[in-house]
Design a protein around this ligand. Structure first.
Ligand code: SF4
Length: 732
């Protein structure tokens, strides 16, 4: 089924149904939306990934379509009162274009920055990158996916020459004999995925989880390794050390399909199991049992997620597990391999098509002359007019409003006031801007600071494509048009480009000779309006995206909406419409110049901030089942608010005893960067030396007020998962 009317209901009206996918996480569960008498309900839909399953977030996702807090008119900050006031689209967009013009006139093109999101469709991510590079001609664009899985992306690129979250279909998990899950808690983040873990265990397979907390997923595991936060890399090196000494390394595979093992062998020689136990707290016996389970399995899979990745050494930590997978000969072997569980809905596609500071569409490098030439040709601009690489998300946000940083920021689909590390500092940076523009459908904490807020369409009101955690390109289908007063992101970008046309020398404004809008057309003409409408049409944008990605690593050239409709999605790379797609990678070779995967020696190093007398506890952040990301959406859904109404601070009962804290009592968590408050939740699931809090809430309960802004030198990933704190009773 794609979409269409169904038989009449008792009310006499004909209900409408559309087959689409959930608006939230990267599992992109299939669902059917049904509109009946104006009311939209969610029905589960069979699909190879979720097999009819949905979590509470998916079930309740339609509630926001008619939420009373939904934005349906642009807002402009009134200089006299300092308050946001309703405004016309014309006034709001005029304020944006005038503001951008003034900032660029005074401070140069790079004084305007763009910040995107991992939830935007492929079409929107592509259009946003093109808008930044061609219209604004700024090098400053990055997105919140940098905070999500950029470390795994960088590790995958350097080992395999390509970054696709799972290089095999999700269903392979159910067929594995051993699955090692590092820093992932799908039982709370992606509940329908747990069916595959259950299937694995029912077949007699082993699930091993590495996590500092005894999470809902870890409690289902056959073996739970509970390392001290920040020591996963030592664990990975010790596992490879054991694999070597116990004879589990696949020498043929290493010799014929990889390079660089000798250096890795030397590095891990220093990670004898007792040393790793002393550092991480994971018993030697558990390390040995893990290697035995992986080494004797016919089909074994190693997966990492945010727990391993969100560190200032996240790329090296992931690389440690990739090294282990390669040494065991897993990548490319049927039913085996290494993969990363992507988090955000379009975290995968969002990083493939130009939102990242250093990338052009098709996962091309922006500093590669051939890539620039290809994309510039598609965009109809000279290659030397394309800006160079910008800076990663945190560096960008931290430079806002400073002498050398951007003075204006356009935000699409992101809420960095809650989701950025050291969030108080970032909030202040945003306040220092000359112009902050936020496109969103709810007044997020970031939108509340904006000078201009542009109300956007929701997922059920737009067409497009998403790329799930398997690299499978899916169709998002509109059930109905946006409400009056609301525009799609594509329409906003197109309108802005048109308005900027010819205003000032610093504007490129529209694609000079590009296929969608041309600078030589007169603004306001019928032909111009027609071109605008075409430019805002997601199908037209996807057609251009296909051409721009052709020949790149993430090649979508052979993927059409019709082809996606005819199957259960299409896996990239897919260079030809009449050729196959790529559900499984690496069977015949890797995407490196010599076709071999590359080992990289990686050494454990301490966290950027270790505990001390003043801040004696480790702090780590994560997610809860009923909330999503910065909570802008899920905190407003009644059923989710009821299930997870507030933030909390998880403490081990022994620690609580030492601090004199009782269950439910408000506590204050302090680091060198700030503090937040939330009720204590006592649980033996956490180590006594570690404190946990979810990051979905803002205001006084904002966990990111204390997190560390140290970043990984390769990926730019901030160290969300470990910093030093102390916990105090609020009463004290
Ligand atoms: S697991 Fe993810 S995609 Fe599936 S219903 Fe829940 S939030 Fe939506």
């Amino acid at each position: 089924m794609t979409d269409g009317a169904r038989s009449a209901t008792p009310s006499g009206r004909t209900p409408r149904e559309v087959a689409t996918h959930c608006p939230y996480c990267a599992l992109q569960c299939a669902m059917t939306l049904r509109e009946e008498d104006g009311r939209v309900s969610v029905l589960p839909r069979q699909f190879p990934t979720n097999r009819g399953g949905l979590c509470q977030k998916g079930w309740t996702s339609a509630e926001l379509l008619t939420h009373p807090e939904r934005l349906t008119t642009p807002l402009l900050r009134d200089p006299a009162s300092g308050k946001l006031r309703p405004a016309s689209w014309d006034a709001a967009l005029e304020r944006v274009t005038t503001g951008i013009g003034e900032v660029q006139w005074r401070h140069g093109r790079d004084a305007v920055a763009v910040f995107g999101g991992g939830g935007l469709t492929n079409e929107k991510a592509y259009a946003l990158g093109r808008f930044a590079r061609v219209t604004l001609r700024t090098r400053h664009i990055d997105y919140n996916g940098r905070f999500c899985m950029s470390s795994a992306a960088a590790a995958g690129m350097r080992a395999f020459g390509v970054d696709r979250g799972l290089p095999f279909p999700l269903s392979d998990l159910g067929q594995a004999d051993t699955l090692l899950l590092v820093g992932a808690n799908p039982a709370e983040t992606m509940p329908p995925l747990v069916r595959w873990l259950t299937e694995l265990r029912q077949r007699g397979g082993k699930l091993i989880v590495v996590d500092p907390r005894a999470t809902a997923t870890a409690r289902q595991a056959d073996l739970h390794l509970q390392p001290l936060p920040g020591t996963d890399l030592a664990v990975a090196n010790a596992l490879l050390h054991i694999a070597l000494t116990e004879g589990y390394v696949d020498s043929d595979y290493v010799a014929t399909r990889t390079t660089g093992f000798a250096d890795v062998r030397r590095t891990v020689a220093g990670w004898w199991p007792a040393r790793a136990e002393a550092l991480s707290g994971v018993p030697v016996a558990d390390l040995e049992a893990t290697v035995h389970a992986l080494g004797t399995a016919e089909r074994a899979i190693i997966l990492t997620a945010r727990g391993a990745e969100q560190h200032a050494k996240g790329v090296d930590t992931v690389t440690g597990f990739v090294n282990l997978a390669l040494a065991l000969g897993l990548p490319g072997r049927p039913g085996s391999g290494y993969g990363c569980l992507t988090g955000q809905g379009n975290g995968q596609g969002g990083r493939e098509h130009g939102q990242k500071a250093d990338q052009l569409p098709g996962y091309r490098r922006i500093d590669d002359p051939a890539a620039r030439s290809h994309v510039a040709q598609v965009w109809g601009v000279p290659a030397d007019e394309l800006p160079g690489p910008g800076v990663p998300a945190y560096q960008l946000l931290d430079s806002l409003g400073t002498v050398d940083g951007p003075r204006a920021l356009l935000v699409f689909g992101s809420n960095p006031v809650v989701s950025a590390p050291r969030a108080t500092r970032i909030e202040n940076r945003l306040r220092d801007l000359d112009l902050l523009v936020v496109a969103d459908f709810l007044l997020s904490e970031t939108a509340a600071l904006a000078d201009v807020v542009l109300p956007t369409a929701q997922w059920a009101e737009e067409d497009g494509t998403m790329t799930n955690l398997e690299g499978r390109v899916l169709r998002r289908r509109a059930l109905r048009p946006p409400p009056t007063g609301v525009r799609t992101d594509l329409a906003i970008l197109t309108d802005l480009a048109t308005r900027m046309k010819g205003r000032a020398p610093s504007y490129r404004l529209v694609h000079r000779k590009g296929p969608l809008l041309t600078a030589d057309s007169e603004a306001g003409s019928a032909a111009d309006r027609e071109r605008e409408a075409r430019a805002a049409d997601p199908r037209t944008v996807f057609a251009e995206l296909r051409r721009a990605s052709a020949g790149g690593l993430a090649d979508y050239a052979g993927i059409s909406w019709e082809r996606i409709d005819a199957a259960d999605g299409v896996f990239w790379p897919c260079p030809r419409e009449d050729g196959p797609d790529s559900p499984r990678l690496f069977a015949d070779g890797f995407a490196t110049p010599d076709g071999r995967a590359r080992f990289h020696p990686v050494e454990h190093r301490p966290a950027a901030e270790e505990v001390c007398a003043q801040y004696p506890l480790y702090f780590t952040t994560g997610r809860v089942l009923a909330q999503y990301q910065s909570g802008t959406q899920t905190r407003r859904v009644a059923a989710l608010r009821q299930a997870a109404p507030d933030a909390f601070v998880e403490l081990h009962p022994d620690l609580a005893d030492r601090l004199g804290v009782t269950d439910g009592e408000p506590v204050r968590v302090l680091s060198r960067r700030g503090e937040f408050r939330a009720p204590a939740r006592l649980s033996p699931a956490i180590r006594p030396d570690t404190v946990f809090a979810p990051f979905h809430w803002g205001g006084a309960a904002r966990a990111n007020s204390v997190t560390n802004d140290a970043v990984d030198p390769v990926s730019g990933m901030p160290e969300f998962k470990i910093c030093a704190v102390r916990v105090e009773r609020v009463a004290s």
